[in-house]
Design a protein. Structure first.
Length: 438
């Protein structure tokens, strides 16, 4: 089986038009992200029903993150070999099974199993759906792929919080809705055109490939502290922030904690969209500044038990989160040639997802001893210090490329490659070959 190099130019009879495929793939990516955010408002119910500690809550959360990372590193490129359609349908089937596990869960072990299966399904779906959107709409794909995760997390967290607060059977209803959405999307995408050329090597592709090109290593190291800071902040919000809001403000309604968490990701999505025309360097610096300021405002809200201040700080921090995410990738990826991008992205996601889970685990372990409020303050100070460290590394090299010497050959001439042209057009004395916006 093979696919046309341009499936939209000559669609096969009985397959979906490309614009329908793009729209459904975007909706499906949002559904997967919403599924990942949906359990967050339920953690308090799980604590009450199963007697879970904050540390066990973070264990359940970490099962999702680490399983997602495992999927990215193993089956992340599988659709290049077996086809997009098969990979998407497999991911949706796994997501349906995960929703069933959530609906029937009666213990912490079953919740961990549900989260792990959900994480693996999301990891397989994330790269496959992003590739499908790129295959069918190359013009709008960069911005669409930037928005789906943040939009889905916002919708899943806020929607689940509303159902937990106002609807019956909250521990089942949200997963019933997500299951129905997954089945409907599978039914539609069953008829999608195959946009990838199937080929041999599927088993070999399961071997993780992590590689940071030599030319990118200094820049990658410079952005690593703020990468850790931004992902760690997101991890704390999605694991413990609803409990912190409840402990700090006394607001017991689940919708309140969900609103704070959803505000972070919704603002990040808006920032990615609105600030996409800024250069990576400006995005990066803006992101660090707003991340630090927003977090300090949020910590002040926790300290003075003021929900409004916490929300204001979260809005500012969300701008920082979106700017750092977009600016970091756009700053580092131009160094990689097409054959190096998967390895570089794998390295980035290893740093990101480990930062998403491990600091939250430490916070969950610490919370019973010092309290959630003090834990949040310690956590926030650590994130601020990491962000400032990254700023300190970046500023001395902001005017001149830190990897400039690696871009020159032994005679001082510019090495020719599209990646270098995009990264440092002025160094090569030419205009950038293509825009990195979005």
């Amino acid at each position: 089986m093979s696919a046309s190099s341009d499936p939209c130019a000559s669609p096969r009879c009985g397959t979906l038009p490309c614009y329908v495929t793009t729209f459904t793939a975007v909706a499906t990516a949002i559904t997967f992200a919403a599924s990942g955010g949906a359990p967050t408002p339920l953690y308090h119910q799980y604590q009450q029903h199963f007697g879970l500690t904050p540390f066990m809550i973070t264990i359940i959360f970490a099962a999702y993150v680490l399983s997602l990372l495992l999927a990215l590193l193993t089956v992340g490129s599988l659709s290049d070999y077996i086809g997009r359609r098969r990979a998407i349908l497999a991911a949706l089937a796994l997501n349906v099974l995960a929703m069933i596990l959530f609906m029937t869960a009666g213990s912490a072990i079953e919740l961990i199993a549900a989260r792990a299966m959900q994480g693996f399904a999301t990891g397989l779906a994330t790269t496959t759906l992003a590739a499908t959107i790129l295959d069918t709409d190359r013009v709008r794909a960069p911005i669409l792929n930037s928005l789906t995760s943040f939009a889905g997390l916002s919708a899943g967290t806020l929607g689940a919080g509303a159902l937990v607060t106002f609807a019956p059977a909250p521990e089942q209803l949200i997963f019933v809705l997500l299951l129905v959405l997954s089945v409907l999307e599978a039914a539609i995408l069953w008829f999608m055109p195959e946009t990838a050329m199937t080929k041999r090597g599927a088993l070999a592709s399961l071997r993780p490939h992590v590689h940071v090109p030599r030319i990118a290593r200094r820049s990658f190291a410079a952005v690593t502290p703020v990468t850790i800071a931004s992902w760690a902040l997101s991890g704390f919000y999605f694991s413990l922030m609803p409990s912190v809001v409840r402990a700090a403000t006394g607001k017991a309604l689940p919708i309140v904690g969900s609103l704070v968490v959803a505000t972070l990701t919704f603002t990040a999505a808006i920032a990615v969209l609105v600030l996409r025309t800024l250069t990576p360097e400006k995005l990066f610096l803006l992101g660090i500044g707003t991340l630090v300021i927003g977090l300090l405002i949020t910590l002040a809200g926790v300290q003075y038990q003021n929900l409004g201040v916490m929300l204001c700080g979260t809005v500012v921090g969300g701008v920082g989160l979106g700017s750092v995410f977009s600016g970091t990738l756009r700053r580092v990826l131009p160094y990689a040639e097409p054959g190096e991008r998967a390895g570089l992205l794998s390295a980035y996601y290893i740093v990101g997802y480990l930062s998403f889970s491990l600091p939250s685990l430490a916070a969950g372990f610490l919370a019973p001893f010092v309290g959630l409020t003090l834990t949040a303050e310690f956590y926030g100070i650590g994130v601020v210090l990491l962000a400032v460290l990254s700023l300190g590394i970046t500023l001395p090299t902001h005017e001149a490329p830190s990897d400039q010497n690696a871009l020159l050959d032994g005679r001082g001439a510019c090495k020719r490659s599209q990646s270098i042209d995009r990264a440092y057009p002025k160094l090569c004395g030419e205009t950038s070959l293509s825009s990195m916006r979005g």
